[in-house]
Design a protein around this ligand. Structure first.
Ligand code: AMP
Length: 255
């Protein structure tokens, strides 16, 4: 595995590797088994695998956790090396945003509601960086997790609207034994919060059966969640976002 930090290095190494198909997994690092399940899907789908680690400033609002977001580049690189990844792209802000953080692309209608109600600039930041990352990496295939279900829909729509020659593949949600969806932000959870967090998927599963999203919100509050951003139904799924202390968790379950 080669670590590249600039687009020039990335292009040069991509050429060295020859013209097999390239499957790509964008991440913000602090890797866990959920990310690795995307990497193994990438290995299945492509001849070559690229992963990027970039904590993208444009998708964080000023009051959000950009500064405290977990960064563990060395450990992440070791893990990806062991997984047999070919290219690890770790750009800095200057590489991704050489001319500032303005964007030519905006998130489309799939961004409406849900996350956007609570994080109004989030998906514009996501499509901004994903468009730039795709331009840099030039993958044939890109893998996104269904854990961030709306994000995957927004990226898919961006790829269609921009007519990018990239196949977007959805990876299933990777969960621990309790059903908790793995997330880098789970690192923020205290020992007291963790058992409460583990109820989110259980409550969404129940809502997927009953269709009663209002009841689900109430149950989550009763269980100890501090604030519910939403439990809602879309794309034939029940999607939820809820706060435990300073940690915001999201999950979704197929109906
Ligand atoms: P992140 O590093 O949080 O930006 O996530 C990078 C990619 O991994 C995104 O496509 C996420 O949807 C995906 N991902 C994160 N956690 C999981 C999980 N538990 N199961 C499946 N995909 C995940």
């Amino acid at each position: 595995m080669k670590i590249v930090r600039t687009i020039e290095e990335l292009d040069a190494y991509r050429n060295e590797l020859g013209n097999g198909s390239l499957a790509y997994v964008p991440t913000m690092g602090a890797l866990h088994e959920g990310h690795l399940s995307l990497v193994s899907l990438a290995k299945e789908k492509g001849d070559l695998v690229a992963v990027s680690i970039f904590v993208n400033p444009t998708q964080f609002a000023p009051h959000e956790d950009f500064d405290s977001y977990p960064r563990m580049e060395e450990e992440d690189a070791k893990i990806l090396e062991a997984e047999g990844v070919d290219i690890l792209f770790i750009p800095d802000e200057g590489v991704m945003y050489p001319d500032g953080m303005n964007s030519d692309v905006k998130a489309g209608s799939n961004a409406e509601g849900l996350e956007t109600t609570f994080r109004p600039t989030f998906f514009d930041g996501v499509v901004n960086v994903v468009y730039r990352l795709f331009d840099a990496v030039k993958p044939d295939i890109a893998i996104f997790g269904q854990k961030d279900f709306q994000q995957q829909q927004v990226v898919r729509q961006m790829v269609e609207e921009q007519s990018l020659p990239i196949e977007i593949i959805a990876a299933p949600i990777y969960r621990d034994d309790s059903g908790l969806a793995l997330s880098s932000r789970n690192l923020y959870l205290s020992a007291e919060e963790l058992p409460i967090a583990r109820q989110l998927n259980v409550v969404l599963r129940e809502a997927a059966k009953t269709g009663d999203t209002d009841a689900a919100e109430k149950v989550l509050l009763d269980l100890g969640f501090d604030k519910i951003d939403y439990v809602a139904s879309r794309w034939n799924r029940i999607l939820g976002a809820a706060w435990l202390g300073k940690t915001r968790l999201i999950d979704n379950i197929a109906i």
